[in-house]
Design a protein around this ligand. Structure first.
Ligand code: HEM
Length: 143
């Protein structure tokens, strides 16, 4: 996709027409020419940002994660000096302040779980033995 090409803002600036529309979001250089008519927010709002860094406008709308995924499709490069070389999706998540950390929780067996299991087995067995014993003693008494 040529997404690793490095541009400076002055190289993006001439791509500011409906037939050749580029903009920058979070350090991603995007060719949105084919997206103009599909943009849910309308082509006009995009046209106001073409040839420029549109990060502030993009973030101000609070675009969804789906928007960031769509955005990745139109990336043609990165802006020089932009430190992050990951995908547009990462950029979106970073801009939302999401932290890249593995989190996990170990669910340990509750203490005494084994003992409970023994009780689960013992109580019905004891009831069964008692019932059996009661029946037997009853029938013995009859004899
Ligand atoms: C390639 C870049 C962009 C993509 C892929 C994109 C995608 C989207 C999508 C999918 C929506 C629907 C709502 C959502 O899912 O967030 C949306 C809405 C909108 N977008 Fe964008 N957008 C882009 C750039 C921009 C820019 C640069 C601006 C303004 C500077 C902008 C302004 C808006 C507005 C005003 C709405 C309508 C919000 C509403 O009706 O609540 N978008 N965009």
């Amino acid at each position: 996709m040529g997404a690793s090409r490095v541009f400076q803002l002055f190289q993006v600036a001439p791509h500011n027409t409906k037939r050749d529309a580029w903009l920058v979001i979070n350090g991603r250089v995007l060719d949105v020419t084919r997206f103009l008519e599909d943009h849910p927010g309308g082509s006009e709002v995009l046209m106001e940002s073409v040839g420029k860094d549109a990060t502030a406008g993009f973030d101000a709308v609070g675009h969804s994660k789906a928007a960031a995924e769509i955005m990745a499709k139109y990336q043609v490069g990165v802006l020089q000096g932009f430190e992050d070389k990951h995908s547009a999706l990462d950029a979106k998540e970073k801009s939302e302040g999401k932290v890249y950390e593995m989190t996990g929780r170990v669910i340990k067996e509750a203490p005494g779980r084994k003992r409970l299991w023994l009780i689960d087995l013992f109580v019905p067995s004891a009831v069964a033995v008692l019932a059996f014993w009661y029946r037997c003693s009853g029938s013995l008494a009859e004899v």
